[in-house]
Design a protein around this ligand. Structure first.
Ligand SMILES: O=P(O)(O)OC[C@H]1O[C@H](O[C@H]2O[C@H](CO)[C@@H](O)[C@H](O)[C@H]2O)[C@H](O)[C@@H](O)[C@@H]1O
Ligand SMILES: O=c1ccn([C@@H]2O[C@H](COP(=O)(O)OP(=O)(O)O)[C@@H](O)[C@H]2O)c(=O)[nH]1
Length: 460
């Protein structure tokens, strides 16, 4: 078996459960099983340039290779082109795109830095798996430096339809860069279809099933929905957690139910709309007043980008307004927390929450949806209420699927979830758990590697 070299903007500390972000979680779960090298940014922002050799740390079967960036790199490549241009645009938010030409220059420069660092550690038989929108030009940069190893790319976020993609400056160049990979993977069939339309219509490529012909080369494209380690998460959810147990006991005595939301505080996650839907639940079904609370964990993320500061202000004003209107001496309807919570504590919280409320306006996958399912007990499972615009909705069809722009629709689904019979909850839970087990973290790694190492085309 060849050595696997994974590259992503960030690497995760594999021994630490207190980190937010699905890429780190999904890649971590997969790499722990196969072993290999994981290269990424170390989170530092230096005032000066460093030589390209990465710093290597061994963590069990995985070698973490990290490089620093400069403050200018961080501003132009990470906050700039990646998170102020590609992120909003790929999530269909043209209104939030903030493009400056230096962002594109920084993006190319940093992809060059990643390529220089990789060239110092690559071995001839390595296979390279590159992740996410920060690193689309990396295969081209590596090929230019003489790298001939197999290279795959996985996009964790949505890939937009051609007419939206056309709004990104140099969109043709970006897609041509993608075609320098041997395999290109997406979370959903919708994303895959959007790329295939673009390459056929704009670049004149021929398609044969999921294989894209470009000049002399054949590129495999496919849909590989990311999964989680279901057993590990389920076990975490069952481990005793004193704080959660005390709070759950209190709620049981008072016969109160709990709805839970957990997200990075990102405008793509639909958090204000979610709070408005909860308020609508209290208006339309007053029997839930004092009997249900919404706990919303909103994790800090990309705070230097203005759109993120705006969404935080909006959310905090809204949760204050709902509490001001409804709270009583012994009941707070919205419990809002702006912090990162360790994943094992989240698992315990999911298990004792009667509803998992996951309503992004657009999301690549959303691992929280899968984690909520994995955390439930079969004896008394909760209900997942899931946005139709989360990638996870393509698989998790037995959730209550809602339109995150329609607060009445979400309020009705919440009411249905809170009053659903045990029998129906168990039927839905069984179907959902089967689905997340079928396509788990191991399946994701294996199916992508099968396409990359064995050049097995993915069935259309
Ligand atoms: O690294 P950050 O800028 O702090 O952001 C965290 C990660 O957010 C995004 O996660 C995506 O990947 C998940 C796993 O595939 C998926 O479930 C989710 O829908 C995506 O939004 C981003 O794509 C990562 O690169 C970031 O590390
Ligand atoms: O305070 C937090 C918030 C989130 N997460 C984890 O971060 C991941 C979020 O992934 P998801 O795909 O839902 O969204 P993303 O943040 O990647 O867009 C999940 O594994 C969560 O359990 C966490 O450990 N602590």
């Amino acid at each position: 078996m060849s050595r696997l070299v994974i590259v992503s903007n960030r690497v995760a500390d594999l021994t630490n459960t207190a980190q937010a972000g699905g890429l780190a979680v999904g890649v971590g779960d997969s790499l722990r099983q196969r072993g290999g090298v994981w290269l990424g940014w170390d989170g530092q922002r230096l005032k000066y340039e460093e030589p390209p050799e990465p710093r290597i740390r061994k963590m069990g079967p995985v070698s973490l290779a990290t490089i620093p960036l400069t403050q200018q790199d961080y501003d132009e490549y990470y906050l700039g082109f990646s998170n102020s241009v590609l992120w909003p645009l790929f999530h269909y938010r043209l209104d939030l795109v903030d493009y400056k030409s230096e962002f594109l220059e920084g993006y190319r420069r940093v992809n060059g830095k990643f390529a220089d660092a990789l060239m110092t550690i690559l071995q001839p038989d390595d296979v390279i798996w590159i992740h996410d929108y920060h690193l689309i030009p990396l295969a081209s940069e590596l090929r230019r430096r003489g790298c001939t190893q197999r290279m795959g790319f996985f996009l964790h976020i949505p890939f937009p339809p051609p007419e939206i993609l056309a709004a990104v400056p140099r969109h043709k160049w970006l897609v041509e860069c993608l075609l320098d990979f041997d395999v290109i993977g997406f979370q959903t069939n919708t994303d895959l279809g959007n790329l295939q339309h673009y390459v056929a219509d704009q670049l004149g490529c021929e398609m044969s099933g999921n294989v894209i012909r470009t000049g002399e080369r054949e590129v495999i494209s496919g849909c590989f929905p990311i999964g989680i380690d279901v057993d590990a998460f389920s076990q975490m959810a069952q481990r005793p957690n004193e704080e959660v147990q005390i709070e759950t006991h209190r709620r049981r005595v008072l016969r109160r139910k709990q709805i839970i939301g957990v997200d990075r505080l990102d405008y793509t996650k639909g958090l204000p709309d979610r709070l408005r839907a909860f308020e609508r639940l209290l208006e339309l079904y007053p029997e839930h007043v004092k009997n249900v609370a919404l706990i919303q964990i909103a994790t800090p993320t990309r705070e230097e980008v203005e759109a993120y500061a705006d969404i935080r202000r909006e959310l905090e004003a809204l949760s204050g307004a709902i509490n001001g209107r409804y709270a009583d001496f012994n009941w707070t309807p919205v419990r809002y927390m702006y912090r990162t919570v360790p994943r094992d504590a989240l698992a315990a919280l999911f298990r004792v929450s009667q509803v998992g409320f996951v309503t992004p306006l657009r999301d690549g996958m959303n691992l929280v949806a899968k984690e909520y399912v994995a955390a439930q007990s079969m004896d008394d499972p909760g209900v997942l209420v899931l946005s139709k615009f989360a990638g996870a909705a393509e698989e998790l069809r037995e959730a209550l699927i809602v339109n995150p722009y329609d607060s009445d629709d979400m309020a009705r689904a919440l009411n249905r979830a809170l009053t659903m019979s045990l029998e129906e909850r168990q039927e839905r839970q069984q179907a959902l758990i089967d689905r997340i087990r079928e396509k788990d973290a191991n399946w994701w790694l294996k199916s992508f590697m099968d396409a990359l190492e064995n050049r097995n085309p993915v069935p259309a």
